[in-house]
Design a protein. Sequence first.
Length: 251
Amino acid sequence: MSKEYGELSTMFYELTKPVGFSVDGDIEYYAEKLKNLTGRILEAGVGTGRMLIPLAQSGLVVDGVDNSREMLAQCKINVKNHGVSAKLLNRDLMRLALPDKYDAIIIPTGSFCLLPKVKASDVLTSFYRSLNDGGRVIIDLERMPANFTSGETKTREVSVAPDTKILLATKSGTQDTAAQKTTYTQNYELIRGRKVIKTETADFVLYWYETAEFETLLAQAGFVDIKKEIGYGKTGQSDIVTVSAVKRQLG
Protein backbone atom coordinates (compact mmCIF):
# COMPACT_ATOMS: atom_id res chain seq x y z
CA MET A 1 0.00 0.00 0.00
CA SER A 2 1.37 3.39 -1.01
CA LYS A 3 1.53 6.13 1.61
CA GLU A 4 2.97 9.59 1.06
CA TYR A 5 5.09 10.84 3.94
CA GLY A 6 4.64 7.92 6.28
CA GLU A 7 6.85 6.82 9.17
CA LEU A 8 10.00 5.95 7.20
CA SER A 9 9.84 8.89 4.80
CA THR A 10 9.37 11.21 7.79
CA MET A 11 12.39 9.66 9.49
CA PHE A 12 14.45 9.96 6.30
CA TYR A 13 13.42 13.61 5.83
CA GLU A 14 14.24 14.43 9.45
CA LEU A 15 17.72 12.96 9.07
CA THR A 16 18.55 14.49 5.69
CA LYS A 17 16.78 17.85 6.04
CA PRO A 18 16.71 18.68 9.74
CA VAL A 19 15.38 21.86 11.31
CA GLY A 20 17.20 24.85 9.86
CA PHE A 21 18.54 22.99 6.82
CA SER A 22 18.31 25.52 4.00
CA VAL A 23 17.57 24.18 0.52
CA ASP A 24 19.40 26.46 -1.92
CA GLY A 25 18.88 29.38 0.46
CA ASP A 26 15.10 29.03 0.79
CA ILE A 27 14.96 29.69 4.55
CA GLU A 28 16.93 32.92 4.20
CA TYR A 29 14.77 33.97 1.25
CA TYR A 30 11.49 33.45 3.10
CA ALA A 31 12.82 35.07 6.26
CA GLU A 32 13.67 38.18 4.27
CA LYS A 33 10.28 38.28 2.53
CA LEU A 34 8.37 37.89 5.79
CA LYS A 35 10.54 39.87 8.20
CA ASN A 36 8.24 42.91 8.57
CA LEU A 37 5.01 40.97 9.17
CA THR A 38 3.47 41.19 12.62
CA GLY A 39 0.36 39.09 11.93
CA ARG A 40 0.04 35.32 11.65
CA ILE A 41 1.80 33.36 8.91
CA LEU A 42 0.78 29.90 7.71
CA GLU A 43 3.20 27.38 6.25
CA ALA A 44 1.16 24.95 4.18
CA GLY A 45 2.87 21.58 3.96
CA VAL A 46 4.91 22.31 7.07
CA GLY A 47 6.49 18.85 7.23
CA THR A 48 8.82 18.43 10.21
CA GLY A 49 9.25 22.16 10.83
CA ARG A 50 12.49 22.56 8.89
CA MET A 51 11.52 26.12 7.91
CA LEU A 52 8.78 26.96 10.42
CA ILE A 53 11.07 26.73 13.44
CA PRO A 54 13.79 29.13 12.19
CA LEU A 55 11.07 31.59 11.16
CA ALA A 56 9.47 31.33 14.62
CA GLN A 57 12.87 31.78 16.25
CA SER A 58 13.26 35.06 14.35
CA GLY A 59 10.15 36.40 16.09
CA LEU A 60 7.49 35.63 13.48
CA VAL A 61 4.17 34.05 14.43
CA VAL A 62 3.95 30.95 12.24
CA ASP A 63 1.31 28.21 12.16
CA GLY A 64 1.74 24.97 10.23
CA VAL A 65 -0.66 22.69 8.38
CA ASP A 66 0.08 19.28 6.91
CA ASN A 67 -1.87 16.25 5.71
CA SER A 68 0.70 13.76 7.04
CA ARG A 69 0.10 12.80 10.66
CA GLU A 70 3.61 11.34 10.85
CA MET A 71 5.24 14.55 9.62
CA LEU A 72 3.11 16.63 11.96
CA ALA A 73 3.96 14.43 14.95
CA GLN A 74 7.68 14.95 14.28
CA CYS A 75 7.06 18.67 13.82
CA LYS A 76 5.45 18.84 17.27
CA ILE A 77 8.50 17.16 18.78
CA ASN A 78 10.83 19.56 16.99
CA VAL A 79 8.83 22.62 18.01
CA LYS A 80 9.01 21.55 21.66
CA ASN A 81 12.72 20.69 21.48
CA HIS A 82 13.58 24.08 19.96
CA GLY A 83 11.58 26.04 22.51
CA VAL A 84 9.17 27.78 20.15
CA SER A 85 5.39 27.75 19.97
CA ALA A 86 3.29 27.15 16.88
CA LYS A 87 -0.26 26.10 16.13
CA LEU A 88 -0.05 22.88 14.12
CA LEU A 89 -3.05 21.55 12.22
CA ASN A 90 -3.70 18.25 10.47
CA ARG A 91 -5.59 19.34 7.35
CA ASP A 92 -5.91 18.41 3.69
CA LEU A 93 -4.92 21.44 1.60
CA MET A 94 -7.58 20.52 -0.93
CA ARG A 95 -10.30 20.83 1.71
CA LEU A 96 -8.82 23.61 3.79
CA ALA A 97 -10.92 25.23 6.50
CA LEU A 98 -8.98 27.28 9.03
CA PRO A 99 -9.98 29.01 12.29
CA ASP A 100 -7.65 32.00 11.72
CA LYS A 101 -6.87 34.61 9.08
CA TYR A 102 -3.31 35.17 7.97
CA ASP A 103 -1.07 37.96 6.74
CA ALA A 104 0.83 35.43 4.62
CA ILE A 105 0.54 31.84 3.45
CA ILE A 106 3.70 30.17 2.19
CA ILE A 107 4.43 26.86 0.43
CA PRO A 108 8.19 26.36 0.00
CA THR A 109 10.14 23.65 -1.85
CA GLY A 110 7.61 22.91 -4.58
CA SER A 111 5.07 21.19 -2.33
CA PHE A 112 2.24 22.86 -4.26
CA CYS A 113 3.29 20.77 -7.28
CA LEU A 114 2.32 17.58 -5.42
CA LEU A 115 -1.34 18.65 -5.35
CA PRO A 116 -3.59 17.41 -8.17
CA LYS A 117 -3.58 20.05 -10.87
CA VAL A 118 -7.36 19.95 -11.21
CA LYS A 119 -7.55 21.19 -7.59
CA ALA A 120 -5.12 24.09 -8.01
CA SER A 121 -7.84 26.72 -8.45
CA ASP A 122 -9.75 25.46 -5.41
CA VAL A 123 -6.62 25.52 -3.25
CA LEU A 124 -5.70 29.06 -4.32
CA THR A 125 -9.26 30.22 -3.67
CA SER A 126 -9.16 28.72 -0.16
CA PHE A 127 -5.86 30.50 0.46
CA TYR A 128 -7.41 33.76 -0.70
CA ARG A 129 -10.29 33.34 1.74
CA SER A 130 -7.86 32.51 4.56
CA LEU A 131 -5.88 35.74 4.14
CA ASN A 132 -6.48 39.13 5.67
CA ASP A 133 -7.03 41.94 3.19
CA GLY A 134 -3.61 42.88 1.86
CA GLY A 135 -2.21 39.47 2.84
CA ARG A 136 -0.06 37.52 0.42
CA VAL A 137 0.84 34.08 -0.80
CA ILE A 138 4.38 32.99 -1.59
CA ILE A 139 4.56 29.70 -3.48
CA ASP A 140 7.52 27.74 -4.84
CA LEU A 141 6.89 25.95 -8.13
CA GLU A 142 9.14 23.37 -9.77
CA ARG A 143 9.89 23.53 -13.48
CA MET A 144 9.58 20.54 -15.77
CA PRO A 145 12.25 18.03 -14.68
CA ALA A 146 15.20 18.11 -17.06
CA ASN A 147 17.04 14.98 -18.21
CA PHE A 148 14.17 12.73 -17.12
CA THR A 149 14.70 9.03 -17.86
CA SER A 150 11.74 6.71 -17.45
CA GLY A 151 12.54 3.62 -15.39
CA GLU A 152 15.73 5.04 -13.91
CA THR A 153 16.35 4.16 -10.25
CA LYS A 154 18.47 6.23 -7.89
CA THR A 155 19.39 5.06 -4.40
CA ARG A 156 20.44 6.84 -1.24
CA GLU A 157 21.00 5.61 2.28
CA VAL A 158 21.20 7.35 5.63
CA SER A 159 22.39 6.04 8.98
CA VAL A 160 19.86 5.87 11.81
CA ALA A 161 22.15 4.14 14.33
CA PRO A 162 25.50 2.30 14.14
CA ASP A 163 23.79 -0.89 12.92
CA THR A 164 20.63 0.61 11.38
CA LYS A 165 20.02 2.53 8.17
CA ILE A 166 17.26 3.61 5.81
CA LEU A 167 17.71 2.81 2.13
CA LEU A 168 15.69 4.91 -0.32
CA ALA A 169 15.24 3.80 -3.94
CA THR A 170 13.52 6.35 -6.18
CA LYS A 171 12.29 5.05 -9.55
CA SER A 172 11.23 7.39 -12.34
CA GLY A 173 7.87 6.49 -13.84
CA THR A 174 6.50 8.50 -16.75
CA GLN A 175 6.62 12.09 -17.94
CA ASP A 176 3.49 13.41 -19.68
CA THR A 177 4.21 16.78 -21.27
CA ALA A 178 0.60 17.28 -22.34
CA ALA A 179 -0.71 16.78 -18.80
CA GLN A 180 2.41 18.49 -17.36
CA LYS A 181 3.13 15.76 -14.87
CA THR A 182 5.86 13.34 -13.87
CA THR A 183 5.48 10.20 -11.77
CA TYR A 184 7.87 8.57 -9.32
CA THR A 185 7.82 5.65 -6.89
CA GLN A 186 9.86 5.79 -3.70
CA ASN A 187 10.67 2.62 -1.78
CA TYR A 188 12.05 2.87 1.76
CA GLU A 189 13.68 0.02 3.66
CA LEU A 190 14.64 0.18 7.32
CA ILE A 191 17.58 -2.19 7.66
CA ARG A 192 19.12 -3.44 10.90
CA GLY A 193 22.29 -5.37 10.36
CA ARG A 194 21.49 -7.29 7.18
CA LYS A 195 17.78 -7.66 7.88
CA VAL A 196 15.00 -5.50 6.43
CA ILE A 197 12.70 -4.86 9.37
CA LYS A 198 10.25 -2.42 7.76
CA THR A 199 9.34 -1.15 4.30
CA GLU A 200 7.29 1.74 2.95
CA THR A 201 6.26 2.74 -0.57
CA ALA A 202 5.13 6.15 -1.80
CA ASP A 203 3.83 6.98 -5.27
CA PHE A 204 4.26 10.62 -6.28
CA VAL A 205 2.86 12.70 -9.10
CA LEU A 206 4.68 15.98 -9.63
CA TYR A 207 2.81 18.62 -11.66
CA TRP A 208 4.49 21.61 -13.23
CA TYR A 209 3.15 24.96 -14.38
CA GLU A 210 4.12 27.55 -16.93
CA THR A 211 4.56 30.85 -15.10
CA ALA A 212 1.90 32.63 -17.15
CA GLU A 213 -0.49 29.74 -16.50
CA PHE A 214 -0.04 29.99 -12.74
CA GLU A 215 -0.35 33.78 -12.81
CA THR A 216 -3.72 33.32 -14.52
CA LEU A 217 -4.86 30.92 -11.79
CA LEU A 218 -3.87 33.44 -9.13
CA ALA A 219 -5.69 36.26 -10.90
CA GLN A 220 -8.82 34.12 -11.27
CA ALA A 221 -8.74 33.49 -7.50
CA GLY A 222 -8.71 37.27 -6.95
CA PHE A 223 -5.02 37.95 -6.35
CA VAL A 224 -3.24 41.06 -7.59
CA ASP A 225 0.37 42.35 -7.68
CA ILE A 226 1.63 39.00 -8.98
CA LYS A 227 5.43 38.67 -9.12
CA LYS A 228 7.98 35.94 -9.73
CA GLU A 229 11.61 35.21 -8.89
CA ILE A 230 13.87 32.43 -10.11
CA GLY A 231 16.33 30.65 -7.84
CA TYR A 232 15.34 32.74 -4.81
CA GLY A 233 16.53 35.86 -6.60
CA LYS A 234 20.13 34.63 -6.77
CA THR A 235 20.26 32.93 -10.17
CA GLY A 236 18.25 32.48 -13.33
CA GLN A 237 19.48 28.88 -13.60
CA SER A 238 17.20 27.10 -11.17
CA ASP A 239 14.38 24.57 -11.17
CA ILE A 240 12.50 26.68 -8.60
CA VAL A 241 10.28 29.62 -9.52
CA THR A 242 8.77 31.52 -6.59
CA VAL A 243 5.48 33.30 -7.29
CA SER A 244 3.96 35.82 -4.89
CA ALA A 245 0.63 37.62 -4.99
CA VAL A 246 -1.52 39.85 -2.78
CA LYS A 247 -5.15 39.68 -1.69
CA ARG A 248 -6.83 42.84 -2.85
CA GLN A 249 -7.26 45.32 -0.01
CA LEU A 250 -10.79 46.67 0.07
CA GLY A 251 -11.49 50.35 0.71
